[in-house]
Design a protein around this ligand. Structure first.
Ligand SMILES: [Zn+2]
Length: 354
């Protein structure tokens, strides 16, 4: 290339650069400056105000395994149905402490062990001496489930107007009043009609039977009962089982084909009780259960008799009690508000032991 040709080329380029009409835009058009930040490569910057990608404006199917905000609709329906049928805890969070406690109780099966009682005799010290000899008292053969009680080595024969039953076990220790507990079948054998009563409640109990021991006979004018089915509950188990003293519950027990629901089971809760459902031999045979089998509490009704409910004493009640000249004590058959207890102490009618 000669010097002339180079000069011609320079001229041509310069004229093209200067020519805005025909050549178009050799120089870049002015743009807004980029704000500081580090935009995602391939995306418009946030400040552009435009949708970034399609998923930002339209929901997409999540890949499997990623937690969702709420359960799938069919799962919700199932959970709600189960809760309605009381087959499971509520699908909703328990929320309160009470709700959490209820949920915990629902998860625990309300199961209790069964203890079957055969006919037996609780005997007074005086009647025991009449049956077995002066100065004698029941000998321990083996302890039974309820704390402090035992099956004694001694047994007696029971004679009724129609029949006789041998080897009726004595349950010790000796009690204040003699009490014979029989099943309805036993009562038929003896030829007597005995009422259903809770152990220890002998009002209206039957008589007309004789007890025969090696040293003598005792004629019973009363004290024969058919034991009311009952559930002993240790204080620690009351909350788990959802029962209180004096409640009545229904229990379900027995194998398929003999399964039975027993109603009117009285709850006896308190110190000195071990948790166990007590049935007599007839009831146990009807449902084909034995000692050690399990029953499930299926219903409960609050049934503390009015006399057993502990009234709440207020300051005013305490003042009235003081005016009557009575006193109050720890563990009495009443509940006392803290203020009322302070008042009782101030009035000098509070005792720290029964
Ligand atoms: Zn019992």
């Amino acid at each position: 290339m000669t010097k002339d040709e180079v000069a011609k080329l320079v001229e041509l380029v310069a004229s093209r650069l200067a020519d805005k009409g025909g050549g178009g835009t050799w120089l870049p058009t002015p743009t807004r400056p980029e704000p500081p930040g580090d935009p995602t490569p391939g995306m418009l910057p946030v400040w552009a105000g435009a949708a970034q990608t399609l998923p930002d404006v339209a929901p997409v199917r999540r890949p499997a395994g990623i937690a969702r905000h709420r359960p799938e609709y069919p799962a919700l329906v199932t959970a709600a149905r189960q809760a309605a049928a009381a087959r499971g805890a509520s699908p909703l969070p328990a929320g309160s402490a009470a709700g959490a406690e209820r949920a915990a109780t629902q998860r625990t099966r309300r199961e209790v062990k069964i203890g079957v009682s055969n006919r037996h005799l609780h005997v007074s010290a005086r009647d025991f001496e009449a049956l077995f000899g002066k100065g004698k008292s029941p000998m321990v053969r083996r302890p039974i489930s309820q704390p402090g009680q035992y099956a004694a080595a001694e047994s007696v024969a029971v004679v009724g107007p129609k029949g006789r039953i041998e080897d009726v076990r004595i349950v010790g220790p000796a009690r204040g009043a003699t009490q014979l507990e029989v099943s309805p079948a036993d009562a038929r054998v003896l030829g007597i009609t005995a009422p259903v009563r809770l152990s220890g409640r002998l009002e209206g109990s039957a008589g007309g039977v004789a007890l025969e021991g090696p040293a003598g006979k005792v004629q019973l004018a009363s004290g024969v009962i058919i034991a009311q089915r009952h559930l002993h509950v240790a204080p620690a188990d009351g909350k788990t089982l959802g029962v209180a003293d004096g409640d009545k519950v229904a229990v379900e027990c027995g194998p398929a084909g003999r399964r039975a629901t027993l109603h009117d089971v009285l709850v006896r809760l308190g110190p000195g009780h071990a948790t166990e459902l007590h049935l007599d031999l007839d009831e146990a045979n009807a449902a084909q259960v034995r000692t050690g089998d399990t029953a499930v509490i299926v219903a409960a009704s609050r049934g503390a008799p009015a006399g057993k409910r502990r009234p709440l004493l207020t300051e005013r009640d305490v003042a009235q009690i003081a005016a009557r000249g009575d006193t109050l004590a720890v563990g009495g058959p009443y509940l006392v508000t803290p203020a009322a207890r302070d008042r009782a102490k101030a009035l000098g009618i509070w005792r720290d032991e029964m």
